[in-house]
Design a protein around this ligand. Structure first.
Ligand SMILES: NC(=O)c1ccc[n+]([C@@H]2O[C@H](COP(=O)([O-])OP(=O)(O)OC[C@H]3O[C@@H](n4cnc5c(N)ncnc54)[C@H](O)[C@@H]3O)[C@@H](O)[C@H]2O)c1
Length: 324
């Protein structure tokens, strides 16, 4: 297939590009490098541009005919979305509408969207399935939910088929360490755990130790980046027969506490991870884990990386090799 990867210079998009290229699909990466890296674009063609630039999108779609679009581009820092919501609504919502309009104009019918667990807001239960109410508590989560709703309308009005995958926490890296996670600032736990033992790294901060969990620290779901990409691949076949706008939760289905991550990371890196406890952060639920039963049932998806240490080992290999 000929696939357009928007945001292919970022963490998840670059892993998707590698997987698709390895399977001999033709790919084009569209990215404005606002948070992505030129070094991450190693597969396929690069079309540098911004989703807010409708002319750039028109030229891109006019030049070649895509079979599907995978959309990873977004601003995704919750705190920044609270202080600068305009940036988030513009980039994540208007940018996506521009992309969808180009797809409608050029009759591209398959769209995979990076949605997020943040569309659910405060969890009402520990394992979140698709029936959980979607009530985002920050502008970032709002933008993801708005796009999910827009996709329903575009399916009904224009026949644009889509799958929104609601990721919990993507983790780990390409097992060959050619690419990996390099957010700046890094707000994700696993890179910060590993960086705490690398040269120049800061001591890890653990926010809260009195949550209602077995060891008092927050429990989250970590899915290996390649398992996440496999789900995207499977959506392409799914949309061939199941028309409309679909949404699936995508996670490992296992919860790990921060202390469990630290303990597993210590085994992987072979030394102690230095950390300090800090006050709880507002808005952090005790437990947030995906129930991925539906995606397993509908797409046959399941995680290959089931052991936490395996996931951490790929991240560690990448962080040691990282030069970006
Ligand atoms: N990383 C996670 O654990 C996680 C969890 C839930 C959801 N998500 C979602 O997955 C997607 C990918 O996340 P990531 O961690 O790879 O982020 P990332 O910041 O590494 O990648 C996003 C990419 O999109 C590009 N981009 C942003 N706005 C653009 C625009 N207007 N035009 C063109 N390119 C633009 C950036 O330059 C970057 O390369 C995002 O939509 C994010 O909200 C990620």
């Amino acid at each position: 297939m000929n696939i357009l990867i928007c945001g292919g210079a970022g963490y998840i998009g670059s892993h998707m590009a590698k997987m698709l290229a390895t399977l001999d699909h033709k790919i084009t990466v569209f990215d404005n490098f606002s948070t992505g890296y030129r070094q991450a674009v190693k597969w396929g063609e690069l079309a540098e541009g911004d989703l807010l630039d409708q002319n750039a999108l028109d030229q891109l779609f006019n030049k070649q005919s895509f079979d599907a679009v995978m959309h990873f581009s977004a601003k995704s820092l919750v705190g920044e979305s609270m202080s600068n919501p305009a940036l988030y609504y513009r980039n994540n919502v208007i940018g996506t509408v521009n992309l969808l309009d180009a797809m409608v104009k050029y009759e591209v019918k398959k769209f995979v969207f990076s949605s997020s667990a943040s569309t659910f807001g405060n969890p009402l239960k520990d394992f979140i399935d698709e029936t959980h109410p979607q009530n985002p508590i920050n502008p970032y989560g709002q933008t993801k939910l708005m796009v999910e709703r827009i996709l329903k309308d575009y399916a009904q009005a224009y026949g644009l088929n889509s799958v929104s995958l609601r990721y919990f926490n993507a983790a780990g890296a390409d097992p060959e360490a050619e690419i990996g996670e390099a957010h700046n600032p890094e707000t994700h736990l696993i890179p910060n755990v590993l960086k705490a033992v690398l040269k120049g790294g800061k001591r890890l901060k653990v926010f809260g130790k009195d949550y209602a969990t077995a060891d008092g620290t927050c429990v989250r779901d970590y899915i290996h980046i390649n398992d996440l990409c496999t789900a995207h691949l499977q959506t392409l076949d799914y949309m061939g027969t199941k028309h409309g706008a679909h949404g699936f939760n995508l996670g490992n289905g296992k919860g790990f506490s921060i202390l469990e991550i630290i303990e597993a990371a210590q085994k992987v890196v072979g030394c102690e991870i230095p950390f300090d406890y800090e006050e709880r952060r507002p808005g952090d639920p005790a437990t947030l884990v995906a129930d991925s039963t539906l995606i397993h049932k509908e797409l046959g998806w399941q995680a290959d990386y089931t052991e936490l240490e395996e996931i951490l080992a790929t991240a560690w290999k990448w962080h040691q090799a990282q030069k970006w």
